[in-house]
Design a protein. Structure first.
Length: 482
């Protein structure tokens, strides 16, 4: 017989995991079932650090076992394949079934390929731990093979890395690879200047219509000044992707052009999660947005099914569209927890309070840009420090947070990860004059002082407000009779 649960959360990403943790943090005692097919949480904004080796796998993708060890939350590693909204029942891939009193839908989105021929089969996606590991292995192999081949055409295609989509993921990826790959290639004895990083975009500008649009100039500057400058091909449509090339067409011309590359990384577009798609027959069309996402009320409940909450990348708030961001999903998780508790007490749920506290981008290794409250912009190493500390503080559970921060500080202090300057600087830069050395030492001094100042400012600006912070649950107090 199927089990019954008061609260089931489907998807343990930013929305789902933080809904569960906030429920426990607020001492809600109902039993919570959290379902996700993966063994590990994926901290997507820091997936680049897994690719580069700047952070460990356990920091970027901690196991749910570790994350939930201090919390009384039942985790089921499985995938939900079917939901009957009227019967309040769901079915798992393993065949088990559950009925629920309240359901939280938090399954996120999946990679979309805009119907581009061969993209799903031949391009690398960058959304999961497995994606990051596969791309890392492939890039390493390409560089190794390039360093061994005498065939020039073959070497050029091995050393060309194409990134499709100049939204934040494409820009961050291009900037990161443009620093990372040269440092790897010189280890194989290769000439790093042969590497091409090509960022291809349909629109004529990068970061168009994105919350990071205001950071466009800083991003363009960063792309131009990486160890290998990033080439931009803008205003073109990618028509097809194959193992050794991609084809694109400029908007103004019928001519199809070919870029020989053995690595296409696809970051353009997302698609609706199949589980959400499967609900289309149960949700009236007018209750879906133009992308097919279910509309939810400001309290994050499905319009015709108030026992179901949905948020993050898998839902759209009616008349209050929110960008698909981890910081939005995290805050919506806190609101859902609050509303579940309100409903249990017979109170009314309240509209979710979501505020964008700023945006942070990785623009190469040890380089970034931080936009604090749309008012202050910080670039370079200080911005990278702010980004790392802000994100590491967000990572679930204070125990993990502390460990990650100290691990990361250790890396920073001892410079153990691949430095992009190694090898190339000696190839490309002439020796410094005495005046240049003086300037450089002043810049270095500033570079030490400013991060400290900005870190303090950013800590108080961007950090999660104390009211939203997760603390470990209090120890159980057993009352003994005198
Ligand atoms: C490379 C990259 C970089 C990013 N950088 C930033 C950034 O710098 N700042 C920012 O704010 N945002 C960033 N984002 C966006 C951010 O990560 C997402 O907006 C956020 O993860 C959405 O949270 P979510 O809970 O909706 O979905 P997710 O975090 O994607 O979680 C969905 C969960 O549902 C699970 N799931 C899926 N299907 C099922 C099923 N059928 N049954 C059960 N479970 C299921 C998945 O395994 C997953 O764990 C980035 C995204 C990417 C890909």
């Amino acid at each position: 017989m199927d089990a019954s649960h008061p609260a089931i959360i489907v998807g343990a990403g930013f929305t789902g995991l933080f809904t569960a943790l906030h429920l426990r943090h607020q001492h809600d005692l109902r039993s919570i079932l959290l379902i996700d097919p993966q063994e590990r949480f994926v901290f997507k904004p820091m997936l680049y650090e897994l690719l580069t080796g700047e952070l460990s796998e356990d920091t970027v993708c901690p196991t749910y076992q570790v994350l939930l060890q201090s919390y009384d939350i039942q985790f089921v590693q499985d995938s939900v394949t079917k939901i009957d909204l009227s019967q309040q029942h769901l079915t798992l891939a393993s065949g088990s079934g559950y009925t629920y009193e309240h359901l939280v839908l938090a399954v996120g989105s999946i990679q979309g390929y805009l119907g581009t021929e061969g993209a799903r089969e031949h391009a690398f996606a960058f959304r999961t731990r497995e994606n990051a590991i596969a791309l890392k292995r492939h890039a390493w192999e390409c560089l190794q093979r390039a360093s061994q081949t005498k065939d020039e055409a073959q070497r050029r295609s091995l050393l060309t890395f194409a990134i499709v989509g100049a939204g934040p993921t494409g820009v961050e990826m291009a900037a990161t690879l443009a620093d990372l790959l040269p440092s790897w290639y010189v280890k194989f004895g290769g000439n790093a200047r042969e590497i091409r990083i090509v960022l291809i975009n349909h629109g004529k500008t990068i970061l168009a219509e994105d919350v990071n649009e205001g950071l466009k100039e800083q991003a363009l500057h960063a792309l131009r000044t990486r160890v290998v400058p990033v080439e931009l091909i803008l205003g073109v449509g990618v028509k097809a992707v194959d193992v050794d090339h991609l084809e694109y067409q400029p908007a103004s011309s019928p001519e199809i052009k070919k870029l020989l590359t053995q690595t296409t990384i696809w970051t353009a577009g997302t698609a609706v999660n199949p589980l959400i798609q499967s609900l289309a027959s149960q949700i009236t069309e007018s209750r879906l947005d133009k992308h097919g996402l279910p509309l939810v009320t400001p309290t994050l409940q499905l319009l015709d099914f108030p026992t179901v909450f949905a948020a993050g990348d898998c839902a759209d708030v009616q008349s209050q569209h929110q960008p698909a961001l981890a910081q939005v999903a995290y805050q919506q998780g806190a609101s859902i927890a609050h509303n579940l508790i309100a409903l249990a007490k017979g109170a009314s749920p309240r509209p979710a309070q979501v505020s964008l506290r700023g945006t942070l981008m990785k623009l190469g290794m040890g380089n970034g840009v931080a936009n604090l409250f749309g008012k202050v912009q910080i670039t370079g190493k200080p911005a990278d420090l702010i980004r790392s500390v802000t994100y590491l503080e967000l990572l679930p559970t204070p125990l993990h947070d502390f460990k990650s921060t100290t691990d990361w500080l250790k890396e920073e202090t001892f410079h153990r990860y691949h430095r992009p300057r190694v090898g190339l600087e000696t190839i490309t830069k002439p020796p410094l004059s005495a005046a240049e050395k003086r300037v450089r030492s002043r810049v270095k001094a500033l570079a030490i002082v400013t991060p400290v100042v900005f870190l303090i400012a950013a800590y108080f600006g961007l950090r999660t407000p104390p009211s939203e912070q997760l603390k470990p649950p209090p120890p159980l107090v057993t009352q003994t009779k005198p």
